[in-house]
Design a protein around this ligand. Structure first.
Ligand code: ADP
Ligand code: MG
Ligand code: ZN
Length: 484
C-alpha cells in the first residue's frame, strides 16, 4: 500500500433492543406505540423512591446475544450509573455497565460483498437501558416521549477490525440475521431497534495505530444505508485531510441524512465525565453456568455454521447453501432429504419450483400446504422414471393447490410415464412407418433426426412416454429393419 492509500480502521458500538415484553427494570410494556408517554411508570420516569427490579428475560436475551457472538459470559456482572444530564433522561443517569460487563472477547465472522470470509473481534457485550426520545418541532420547541425510557438494550462493541464502509454494512446485515435467528432481538430497523455509533480513522500501512486524537465518531445511525453513506463520507474526509496535511481531531459527529454530510457535535476534549459508579439499587448479578449452558443448547446451530454444514454434508455449492439458509428453506430441505430424496434434486426443487410458488403467492414456507414427505414422493417418482421432470411440474402445481399426495394425482390423472416395452415398441413402429424420409436421414448419419422421432412419440402420448426408452426403442427398430 502506498502513502496515498491509507487504510480505514472502523470500530462499532451497536445498540440492540432486546426482545423483552417489558422494560429492563420495570413492568412497562415495550411494544412500539405512537401515543407518547403511555408506557411509563415511576421507575422509568425516575421518580423519587422508585426502585428498579431486573427483568430476568433481559439477562437471558443479552446472554444469547453474547453467545451468538462467541463472547465469554462472566459469572457475575454489575450495573453502574452513567451520570449525565439530558432532557430525554429523566433520572439524570443511565443504568449501564462499565467495569464488570456481562461478556467480553467475542468474534463475529461475516461474508463481504465479494464472497470473502472476514471477521471482527467483539470487545464487549453489556446491558444497559435506553433513553427517551426528544422530538424537535421547528418553531414550537421540543417534545419528550419517555416510552422508550428503560427499554432493555445490549451494547455490542467491536474492535476496530473493519476496513471499509461496505464491509461494515455486510457485518451489520449479518449481525441482524444472527440476532433474529437467536431470538435475542427482532431488530426492527424502522423502530430503531438497532442503532450504531461508528468510529473511524485512517492509518498508513506499517505505521501502526496512530494516537487516538484522530478518531472521529459518528453517533446514532439507525439504517444500514445511513451507516454506509456516513462512513463513505468520513473516510473521504479523513483522506483529504491527510492529503492536505490538515489536522484531524478526536471528535463526535452527527450524520445529516438530508445533506449527506457529517458535522461536528463536540470535541472529545470537552466530553463528559460520566462518573460511573455501581448502582446501589442493584446487586451484582450472578449468571449461573447452568443458565448459560441451557441457552447455548437452545440456541442450536447458527446460520453460518449451518451453511457450512449443508454444503459439506450434502455436497451443495456455497451459493445453494446460502439460498437455503438465508431464505429460511433449510429446515424443509433437510426434511425432504431425511425422507430419502437425493440432496441435489431436493435443493433444486426447493430453490426453484417451491420458492417460486412462495414468491408468487407471497406466503412463507410455514403456510405452504405441502409436507416434506410429499415433495420427497414426487422427487422419488421422477428418480424412478415413473414420471418425467415436465410432468412433475404439472403434478406439483396440483399438489400446492390441493395439498394432496403427488402419487394420488398421478394415478387420478393417468400421468404415469409409459415404460411398457410392448406399448413403446408399437408406438415406435408407427412413427417409423409414418416418417420414412426422417428415418432415411437418420440412417445417412443425421443423429438429430432421431430427436424428431422421439418427439413424435411424446406427442402421441401427451408427453407421457419415457423419453429414454422411446429413444432406445427407435434405435433398435431402425437398426433391426436396416439389416432385414
Ligand atoms: P472508549 O470509548 O470506551 O474509550 P475506545 O474509544 O477505545 O473505547 O473504543 C470505542 C470504539 O472505538 C470501539 O468500537 C473501538 O473499536 C473503536 N476504536 C478504537 N480505536 C480505534 C481506531 N484507531 N480507529 C477506529 N476506531 C477505533
Ligand atoms: Mg464511545
Ligand atoms: Zn416503567
Amino acid at each position: 500500500m502506498t502513502f496515498d492509500d491509507p487504510t480505514p480502521l472502523i470500530g462499532l458500538e451497536i445498540h440492540v433492543a432486546l426482545a423483552t415484553d417489558s422494560k429492563m427494570f420495570c413492568p412497562c410494556e415495550t411494544e412500539f406505540v405512537r401515543e407518547p408517554n403511555t408506557q411509563v411508570c415511576p421507575v422509568c420516569l425516575g421518580l423519587p423512591g422508585a426502585l428498579p427490579v431486573l427483568n430476568r428475560r433481559a439477562v437471558e436475551l443479552g446472554v444469547l446475544c453474547a453467545l451468538a457472538l462467541d463472547a465469554e459470559v462472566y459469572p457475575e456482572m454489575q450495573f453502574e450509573r452513567k451520570n449525565y444530564h439530558y432532557p430525554d433522561l429523566p433520572k439524570g443517569y443511565q443504568i449501564s455497565q462499565l467495569a464488570a460487563p456481562m461478556a467480553e472477547n467475542g468474534i463475529m465472522s461475516f461474508t463481504d460483498d465479494d464472497g470473502g470470509e472476514k471477521e471482527a473481534r467483539i470487545r464487549r457485550v453489556h446491558l444497559e437501558e435506553d433513553a427517551g426520545k426528544s422530538i424537535h418541532l421547528p418553531g414550537e420547541g421540543t417534545l419528550l416521549d419517555f416510552n422508550r425510557c428503560g427499554v432493555a438494550l445490549a451494547e455490542v462493541v467491536t474492535e476496530p477490525d473493519l476496513h471499509s464502509p461496505a464491509d461494515v454494512r455486510c457485518f451489520l446485515e449479518q449481525l441482524r440475521e444472527l440476532l433474529r435467528h437467536t431470538g435475542a432481538s427482532e431488530v426492527r430497523m424502522e423502530e430503531g431497534e438497532l442503532r450504531c455509533d461508528v468510529n473511524v480513522n485512517l492509518v498508513h500501512n506499517g505505521e501502526g495505530t496512530p494516537g487516538r486524537t484522530e478518531i472521529s465518531e459518528v453517533k446514532n445511525l439507525s439504517s444500514f444505508r445511513g451507516v454506509e453513506r456516513a462512513l463513505q463520507y468520513e473516510v473521504e474526509r479523513h483522506r483529504q485531510a491527510l492529503r492536505r496535511g490538515d489536522p484531524l481531531t478526536h471528535e463526535t459527529r452527527h450524520w445529516d441524512e438530508e445533506r449527506e454530510v457529517t458535522f461536528s457535535a463536540r470535541s472529545k476534549e470537552e466530553s463528559h465525565d460520566y462518573r460511573y459508579f455501581p448502582d446501589p439499587d442493584l446487586h451484582p448479578v450472578r449468571i449461573p453456568r447452568a443458565m448459560i449452558d441451557d441457552l447455548q443448547e437452545r440456541m442450536g446451530e447458527l446460520p453460518r455454521a449451518r451453511r457450512r454444514r449443508l454444503s459439506r454434508e450434502y455436497d451443495l455449492s456455497s451459493y445453494d447453501a446460502d439460498v437455503l439458509v438465508g431464505g429460511g428453506l433449510a429446515d424443509f430441505f433437510e426434511e425432504v432429504v431425511a425422507e430419502g430424496s437425493n440432496a441435489k434434486a431436493a435443493a433444486n426443487w426447493v430453490m426453484g419450483e417451491l420458492s417460486a410458488h412462495l414468491n408468487a403467492e407471497d406466503i412463507g414456507i410455514d403456510e405452504l400446504p405441502v409436507q416434506p414427505g410429499q415433495l420427497a414422493q414426487l422427487l422419488d417418482m421422477v428418480d424412478s422414471g415413473e414420471i418425467s421432470g415436465k410432468i412433475a411440474k404439472e403434478v406439483w402445481g396440483a399438489v400446492v393447490q390441493q395439498g394432496c399426495d403427488p402419487r394420488a394425482i398421478v394415478e387420478e390423472r393417468g400421468l404415469s410415464q409409459i415404460s411398457d416395452d410392448a406399448q413403446l415398441e408399437s408406438l415406435a413402429r408407427e412413427v417409423v412407418e409414418e416418417h420414412e424420409d426422417v428415418v432415411r436421414d437418420y440412417r445417412s448419419g443425421k443423429e438429430k433426426a432421431l430427436g424428431f422421432l422421439v418427439g413424435q412419440i411424446m406427442q402421441k402420448t401427451q408427453g407421457k412416454a419415457n423419453p429414454q426408452m422411446a429413444n432406445e426403442k427407435l434405435r433398435e427398430i431402425i437398426s433391426r429393419e436396416g439389416c432385414e
